[in-house]
Write a protein that binds this ligand. Structure first.
Ligand code: ASP
Length: 455
């Protein structure tokens, strides 16, 4: 057969665990795939939760492996896994039966199979099931996603393997989340890693679009737990998404961006439960009109709690050569990374994540005291960082003023401000107790005026 990629407008479609949690979700997935013939390469996750108290297949498989490693019985859990797949297959009137495969998995677990092997079987079995349901051939990810012996993805080898295989195929189902070393040892990505598989497949087949189907209608301007019914972002650049993800927005696995970004393939986040919604388009072009993002100056707001500040003060600090370097060397020697370093003339603060310093506070303080003999040096806990992200800020004056006016009206004290040279975001440090209200106020100013309380 000629190179199947020559056909235009190929789409790679990845479906997350909630999109494949039961037979009804499988039906929606099939309807989406058959609605567009160019949705040719399909990457499934393992069945996820059907409701908030349900357990993901991946987690059940980790449990089996843990029990097996402790020489405890795991048949009950394996039986639940079997029933999940069987129930889906029977409701869809398929002859697929995972029993034989599960017997092989059980035997391998009893003889010491790894966590990665166990977890990967969720996607493997779901891939077989979906391949049966769609009538698309199955390609085992162990044969096309290549890892080095120390567990690092080998991009070039993976591209070659995927291209060799898929160029001869009109359609395929390639399970997400795992691959293998050349010796056949199964390796998984970190959690949520099916997103990466989808991105790799999209790049390999030179897709025109990587559609990532999930259970929300796209990337939201703000966390819906803080802003119910938060607006959806129509278009966002890879850089903006990275800023928002770093600050806590959970949309895609962060490593999923790089393969498609390098090839200029846009990612479209779509909702399996609302397939008519356009979702969010993640694009490379940062000249893309910011108003197309949401119609607002900012693209998104995200933030995280759990930071602390090391506040250092010393008279004439500004005149002391190497002061900063000596302080940072202490952190470097202890292997502690920091987030921001706002400074005054005789003061400096180092903002870092609580996890980075937990249990070592006194060591850090005493080493800093020894290194630079400050007048005072103390740790302040309970700090949140909030990022207001938007490529439109570069061109719009007054964005910072609007943000800070909103916070001032709410009597929120700002502990730190940082605007990077990219002018893509403004990062604000505040107390944990002010975090949610700050997000509501900023959202109110830029997106939904009805959220602004009467002053
Ligand atoms: N099933 C895996 C997990 O639960 C991978 C994925 O869904 O992307 O993390």
């Amino acid at each position: 057969m000629s190179d199947a990629y020559n056909a235009q407008a190929i789409k790679t479609v990845k479906f997350g665990g909630s999109s494949l949690a039961d037979a009804n979700q499988f039906r929606k997935v099939k309807a989406i795939i058959t609605a567009e013939p160019n949705r040719r390469y399909v990457v499934p996750s393992a069945p996820g939760k059907r409701n908030s108290v349900d357990t993901k297949i991946t987690d059940m498989l980790y449990t089996c492996q843990k029990l097996a490693a402790e020489s405890k019985p795991f048949d009950d859990v394996l039986e639940q896994i079997r029933n999940r797949y069987l129930e889906i297959a029977q409701e869809l009137e398929l002859s697929f039966d995972p029993t034989d495969e599960l017997n092989i998995i059980a035997a391998k677990l009893k003889s010491g199979a790894t966590k990665d092997y166990a977890a990967s079987r969720g996607e493997y079995l779901n891939g077989l099931l979906l391949s049966d349901y769609l009538g698309f051939p199955f390609v085992d990810a162990a044969e096309v996603i290549v890892f080095s012996d120390n567990g690092v993805l080998m991009q070039e080898e993976t591209m070659t393997a995927l291209r060799n295989r898929l160029s001869k195929m009109e359609h395929a189902v390639i399970p997400g989340f795992y691959g293998a070393t050349v010796n056949g040892e199964i390796i998984t990505f970190s959690r949520g890693g099916s997103d990466i598989t989808g991105s790799l497949v999209a790049r390999a087949v030179r897709a025109q679009m990587y559609e990532n189907w999930t259970d929300v209608s796209g990337v939201l301007v703000a966390d819906p737990r803080i802003i119910p019914n938060a607006a959806v972002i129509n278009t966002i650049t890879y850089e903006e998404l990275r800023e928002l993800s770093y600050m806590g927005a959970t949309v895609l696995h962060e490593d999923a961006i790089f393969p498609v970004r390098a090839a200029g393939i846009p990612i479209n986040i779509r909702n399996t439960n609302d397939p008519d919604a356009a979702g969010t388009l993640i694009v490379a072009d940062d000249s893309a009109d910011s108003d197309a993002a949401t119609g607002y100056t900012i693209t998104g707001i995200a933030g995280r709690k759990g930071f602390c500040a090391i506040n250092i003060q010393k008279a004439m600090m500004n005149a002391e050569l190497g002061f900063c370097r000596k302080v940072l060397s202490v952190l470097e020697e202890l292997g502690i990374s920091f987030e921001h370093m706002p400074s005054g003339i005789d003061t400096m603060s180092i903002i870092l994540h609580e996890d980075a310093i937990r249990g070592r506070e006194q060591t850090v303080l005493s080493r800093i005291r020894k290194a630079v003999s400050p007048d005072s040096c103390a740790i302040e806990h309970g700090i949140s960082l909030l990022a207001v992200v938007g490529r439109g800020m570069r061109r719009t004056r007054g964005t910072a003023a609007r943000i800070f006016a909103a916070l001032a009206h709410a009597r929120i004290n700002i502990k730190m401000i940082d605007q990077g040279s990219s002018e893509l975001n403004i990062i604000i440090g505040l107390l944990d107790g002010d975090f949610e209200e700050a997000i509501r106020r900023i959202y109110g100013v830029f997106v939904d005026a009805s959220m602004q309380p009467e002053e």
